[in-house]
Design a protein around this ligand. Sequence first.
Ligand SMILES: Cc1ncc(COP(=O)(O)O)c(C=O)c1O
Length: 271
Amino acid sequence: MRALVDGQPADAIGIDDRGLAYGDGLFETLAVQAGRPCLWDRHLARLASGCRRLGLACPDAEVLRDEAMMLARGHARAVLKITLTRTGRGRGYRPAPDAGVRRMLAISAWPPPRDGDAGVAVRLCHTVCGLSPVLAGLKHLGRLEQVLARAEWDDPDVPEGLMLDPLGAVVEATQANLFLERQGRLVTPRLDAAGVAGVVRGLAMDLAAAAGEPVREDRVVLEDVRSAQALYLTNSLIGVWRVARFEGREYDLSRPVHPVMARTVERAYGP
Ligand SMILES: Cc1ncc(COP(=O)(O)O)c(C=O)c1O
């Protein structure tokens, strides 16, 4: 079985789905390790908080867990995607007062590995992230900015690109969050007007706070990126990547990984 729609094996949904029509929904992408979805509670918490913000009925946590476990079982490594869309018939943006939620869970192959410690090359995207405080932080289905940004290049040696907002602040990478190391301290862009508040970003911030050196959320501009001692990218599949190069600037990979980032890697594929 590769996918479940509302608990039933399926690989298709109707053309009237509001996720398709309006991007009216949310998604989570989880790593599966040794038959179990990783960072489950964190993904579920983001889903629940996204549902609250969008006025979506969040599916029962136990139902989601059972379905996720059923799909993950037997997979040494895989990717689990959970998508929620608002149900409702008829045309028009207005959600039906009795709208429910459709849940889709699908499992797919683990992407080819890349050695994050070896450092990756990152470019600057021309496509900007629009400012939208209403949607900022959410992992909603409207990801056209990322699609356009990722379509800008086709070099397998450059797996990521940084995106700016229209005012010139760095938001994140196309599918990962950004951390900068400055004088041994970690800084990450504020996500109050754009960007996705990643689960691994949250993990790193919690680990940093627990270690008594909280990550600073700040406005970050390109000059900060260029002058940083180190850059890290985080997401649920890659864990943490060190950045080796950004637009001609080389980062010194002989420096030790920041301890919080090292701990984040250790925990990223855990329960
Ligand atoms: C645009 C964007 N930002 C950040 C992330 C990182 O999120 P997470 O750590 O939850 O995987 C992702 C993940 O796919 C993403 O698509």
